[in-house]
Ligand binder design. Structure first.
Ligand code: J2J
Length: 536
């Protein structure tokens, strides 16, 4: 078993097998199986090509062969940073088939994050697009490869220059693939990160397959489903809730959009008769506002999933009148637990709650600050364990001590309330994290980077309310006796390789921070201060 992975205690693992949650199926086997069952169905479409299930499986086998020939072995980690292109699906399944582990990063990550993922996971390879969104990833690859000794290969989709070309890897040579088991780790996903930079989350084939199977049921994904991906495809949500993996599980069609803009997405919905789309609240709001200016025929759309951050009741009410489709709220996390509203739930529930845990074996507790369980209906910290919630982050024993209880419950950091019918309502957050339209920013990571600036004495980041994003980030800064502009600080962060979405949207200079009774910086008071400033 992979070093740094925390397994489930033997009795619970046994229980999840006995109850049929874990069935020993790997994602490689699943694709092979579906390629037989749905051979001529279209599996995936992007801006330039389309692949049937049979073609996808064949290309995946050829790519897997090429990866083995290159020297990628079972359990090797490979950082994958690709936009929404069919090559992403090919590479991920090729890695699954040979038991190598993709480490999923987002296209918006820059040197600071990629260096860390490659280094911490001791990645053997890094796979990126040549250019995307006006950014040349080969420059980033050069920088990272120089600094991370484990990184033997950089594989490029597109113009590879001095690196290995993705297209050159496809091989028809006959070679035996290593045996991969359902109980083994399939990939490392990223956490939103509440303390410092993202943690890596090991997910096994067994338990992730179970999330996929349940999500397919909850969202009623079938062979007829046409699933549009406008969010970054490697994020846990569009990957698994029900995500591209759920669609492939059911024999449906994935349409990958290179942009979430309605100018790109709406014509795709019309052209491919899209039936389902997962969105974050900020995008859903934007789509709701802009829809009246568009003339495309969106009548094929049956389900709009919204999750990743809290969807306001007011916005939720508008989904059916504006899009004439069903809203399905989803409250999930890359660590495991996923909640859905059901497609046949009454409007009252769909609009006001974030759904209920999807497995009968999910254990959910709502506790006070002392870990004491609260009566139903009261608001408190959400703890959870179950057949698809991890038991520990990858190689993080110290952090795991804090993030999990002694009996293996994950401390989600979310403040929730449970209705008498078992539906959860997200009321807030205990973790020091900004949820910027679904993209999570760990305050500490950005603060630490700001503190490296010679002009800065202290820095504290808080979220500020935003109509579209839900929250944006604001940095409060105490300067030393130095002169520096907001612009200079933002470019300082950019130059240090911080992902764009983590650059503070607002910077405010202050003389001092409000403190708590213990003498800690009071983020609560900073938020009040901000509210006050925004009103005046
Ligand atoms: C309020 N907060 C929410 C919601 C997530 C499906 C959907 C989302 C994610 C995801 C995911 C929320 N209302 N509906 O992985 O499979 C906040 C919570 C949660 C954190 C997890 C999936 N849906 N959140 O967003 O790992 O704070 O996963 O703990 O990125 O997002 O973030 P992440």
């Amino acid at each position: 078993m992979l070093n740094g992975f925390t397994p489930w205690p033997a009795d619970r693992a046994e229980f999840y097998r006995e109850t049929g949650c874990w069935v020993g199926l790997t994602f490689g086997q699943m694709l092979e199986d579906r390629a037989r069952q749905f051979a001529d169905n279209v599996a995936v479409i992007d801006d330039v090509r389309s692949l049937t299930y049979a073609q996808l499986n064949e290309r995946v086998d050829q790519l897997a062969t090429g990866l083995l020939l290159l020297g990628i072995q079972k359990e090797d980690r490979v950082v994958v940073q690709l936009p929404n292109v069919a090559g992403y699906v090919e590479i991920v399944f090729a890695l699954f088939k040979i038991g190598a582990l993709p480490v999923f990063s987002l296209p918006s990550h820059r040197a600071n994050e990629i260096r860390y993922f490659c280094d911490f996971a001791e990645a053997k390879a890094y796979i990126v697009m040549d250019r995307f969104g006006g950014f040349d990833y080969r420059g980033l690859a050069r920088e990272v490869q120089q600094e991370v000794p484990s990184l033997e290969h950089v594989i490029i989709l597109g113009d590879a220059q001095e690196f290995v070309s993705f297209d050159s890897l496809f091989s028809t040579q006959s070679i035996e693939f290593p045996e991969v088991r359902g109980s083994e780790v399939a990939f490392l996903q990223l956490s939103g990160g509440s303390t410092g930079i993202s943690k890596l989350i090991p997910r096994t084939h067994d338990e992730y397959m179970y999330t996929i199977k349940l999500s397919v049921e909850q969202c009623q994904v079938t062979e007829e489903t046409v699933f549009l991906v406008v969010l970054p495809v490697s994020h846990n949500y569009p990957m698994s809730s029900p995500g591209i993996l759920g669609v492939l599980y059911a024999g449906g069609k994935i349409v990958l959009s290179s942009s979430p803009s309605p100018d790109v997405a709406f014509p795709l919905i019309e052209k491919h008769r899209v039936t389902m789309v997962p969105l974050v609240p900020s995008l859903a709001l934007h789509w709701l506002d802009i829809k009246p200016n568009h003339t495309e025929d969106l009548s094929s759309l049956k389900v709009m999933l919204v999750g990743g951050s809290k969807f306001s009741v007011e916005a939720a009410k508008r989904v059916r009148p504006v899009f004439d489709c069903q809203l399905q709220q989803v409250f999930g996390m890359a660590e495991g637990l996923v909640n859905y509203t059901k497609l046949d739930d009454p409007d009252e529930i769909v609009i006001h709650t974030q759904g209920r845990p999807m497995s009968p074996y999910d254990e959910v507790k709502i506790v006070d600050d002392e870990d004491q369980e609260l009566p139903i209906g009261e608001t408190g910290h959400l703890l959870t364990r179950g057949p698809y919630t991890i038991q520990g982050y990858y190689k993080a024993p110290e952090h795991n001590e804090k993030a999990f209880t002694k009996d293996g419950f994950y401390r989600t950091g979310d403040i929730v309330r449970c209705t008498k019918d078992g539906y959860l309502i997200v009321e807030g957050r205990a973790k020091d994290q900004i949820n910027r339209g679904g993209e999570k920013i760990a305050a500490e990571e950005v603060e630490n980077m700001l503190l490296a600036h010679p002009a800065i004495h202290d820095a504290a980041i808080v979220g500020m309310p935003d109509y579209y994003m839900g929250e944006k980030s604001c940095a409060f800064i105490i300067l030393r006796n130095a002169d520096v502009t907001k612009r200079q600080l933002k470019s300082f962060l950019r130059e240090r390789g911080l992902a764009t979405y983590k650059i503070p949207d607002e910077i405010l200079f202050v003389e001092q921070f409000p403190l708590t009774h213990l003498g800690k910086v009071s983020k609560k008071d900073l938020r009040h201060l901000l509210e006050h400033q925004l009103q005046h």
